[in-house]
Design a protein around this ligand. Structure first.
Ligand code: BES
Ligand code: MN
Ligand code: ZN
Length: 501
């Protein structure tokens, strides 16, 4: 991965393969910050913009060679869309586009001018953090298993130039890098094929993370789960030759501060179990541990940036398979907190293992919970792949998570948990049943989770079934795992660190 350097001095005084500049849609006058540059290029910039040849539409791009008029060999003009629409998400995508383009063209050094950063409502620090994280994410790869000539990354340095920079800018750029690494860690865990990302291996990866950052690490194996009484997790894993794991990482020793519980669904492969999925629905089901991946990715960033907050991260992990001992429709499982679930559909396994995960996080002292899960196809139908579904038992806490997501640059949208939906998961034989049928499927999934939240504990559920995986390449990221959730979790941890006593 490239290094990020901040340098005093004008951007047009530095050598490099390309200098990146942004053009906003509907702004035909060149911003003042670019006038010196324009002069050195004999007015080429102002002509480009005023002639309407470059309109500044989002992700539009023009490349000019500078023919020795600048020490950078090229000028890359990127359309940033309307200034008023610029936010953290767009900023990360724009810097990502620049980095992905540069890497693809084999350029080693990319220069950004600090006076000409795209800004709207974001502070320079926010711009840098979002931007640098996007550049790191842009170089994340999905071709982990291609043999033959391995395409090496070409981009070596991103240089941020400008006379006006300070320590805060430097810190923000470094934080952006750590954030991008956390997102890429989550993506890499998801990209791994099921045979190479079993619950056991996920547990080992979590242990390595714990050792690196000094987290208190507990990985419960099958015997330990039996001892504990996590029969829901055990039931789901019974059809598989792979042992389940319950992963727990603890960070922070700040007495009197809240304990943020992050719970991630870690289904390393979801075949549907005996209620087997059709082949087309099963093909990408290695992604069913994206919630756990996001939690571990976030812990990477938290270990690096060290916000003053207590965190307990819990990831129940299992395969959902059809082996001879597989759990069956009609089975009743007794969960870690004692409540019973009747299994109607073995493919609604995420909520079953999360019941134990949520109980374990609360036993571990969590006061505020956020769970992330590729939980329901229904959420994909409701919201598409554009935004994450948000539900919870406390509007104040949901609002905080939504605010974090907005600031972090991830789209999320709340769905209601009306009491009426609870009728759909009432069981004749047990406390609840694990499938509420098709109507309001995202909400009934969430309501089952809510059954496992104790009185007085605030909980928000993020259904990332539509957002964890993207089916097409973009200008700023290869297709596949997105690492969704990492950014929001970091922002939430920071927000809590800033607000709590
Ligand atoms: N892992 C799936 C949900 C999913 C679907 C994730 C598409 C990512 C993309 C989950 O375990 C599942 O199978 N849910 C069922 C629940 C139903 C049986 C109540 C579903 O959505 O069909
Ligand atoms: Mn399933
Ligand atoms: Zn699943």
């Amino acid at each position: 991965m490239f290094t990020i350097e901040t340098r005093p001095g004008d951007p047009d005084s530095l050598e490099g393969d390309a200098l990146v500049q942004f053009v906003f849609e509907g702004e035909t006058d060149l911003p003042l910050a670019l006038s010196a540059l324009d002069e050195r290029l004999n007015g080429a910039l102002s002509e480009l913009v005023s002639s309407g040849e470059m309109k500044g539409k989002l992700h539009e791009s023009t490349l000019m060679h500078t023919a020795n008029r600048l020490p950078t060999r090229r000028l890359m003009m990127l359309g940033a869309g309307k200034r008023g629409d610029l936010n953290a998400e767009r900023t990360s995508h724009l810097f990502g586009q620049a980095a992905r383009t540069a890497n693809g063209k084999g350029w080693a050094t990319l220069v950004f001018g600090s006076t000409a950063l795209p800004s709207g409502s974001l502070s320079p620090e926010e711009t840098l953090r979002a931007g640098m994280s996007g550049a790191v994410v842009a170089l994340g790869r999905g071709d982990l298993y291609k043999t033959g000539e391995k395409k090496e990354d070409k981009l070596e340095r991103i240089v941020l130039a400008g006379a006006d920079q300070n320590d805060g800018w430097n810190r923000a750029a470094q934080a952006g890098q750590a954030l991008g690494e956390g997102v890429n860690l989550a993506r890499e865990l998801v990209y791994q094929p099921p045979a190479d990302m079993t619950p056991t291996i996920l547990g080992e990866r979590a242990r390595a993370l714990g050792e690196r950052f000094g987290f208190e690490t507990t990985i419960l194996d099958k015997a330990a789960l039996e001892e504990l009484g996590a029969h829901a997790l055990l039931a789901v894993s019974r059809g598989s030759a792979e042992e389940p794991r319950m992963i727990r990482l603890r960070y922070g020793d700040f007495p009197g501060k809240p304990v943020l519980g992050l719970v991630g669904k870690g289904l390393t492969f979801d075949s549907g179990g005996l209620c087997l999925k059709p082949a087309d629905s099963m093909v990408d089901m290695k992604q069913d541990m994206s919630g756990a991946a996001a939690v571990l990715g976030a812990m990477h960033v938290i270990g690096t940036l060290k916000p003053e907050i207590n965190i307990v991260a819990v990831c129940p992990s299992s395969e959902n398979m059809t082996g001879p001992d597989a759990y069956k429709p009609g089975d009743v499982v007794r969960t870690l907190n004692g409540k019973t679930i009747e299994i109607l559909n073995t493919d609604a396994e995420g909520r079953v293992i999360l019941s134990d995960g949520l109980a374990y996080a609360q036993q571990s002292g969590a006061t505020h919970l956020v769970d992330l899960a590729t939980l329901t196809g229904a959420c994909v139908i409701a919201l598409g792949t554009v935004c994450t579904g948000v539900m919870g038992n406390s509007q104040a806490w949901v609002d905080r998570v939504l605010a974090s997501a907005k600031e972090a640059g991830e789209k999320m949208w709340q769905l209601p948990l009306f009491d009426e939906y609870k009728e759909q998961i009432k069981s004749d034989i047990a406390d609840v049943e694990n499938s509420g049928g098709r109507p309001a499927g995202a909400q009934t999934g969430a309501l089952l989770l809510q059954e496992f939240i104790q009185e007085g504990i605030e909980w928000t559920h993020l259904d990332i079934a539509g957002t964890a995986w993207s089916s097409a390449d973009t200008k700023y990221r290869v297709k596949g795992a997105t690492g969704v959730g990492v950014r929001t979790l970091l922002r939430l941890a920071e927000m809590m660190a800033a607000n709590a006593g």
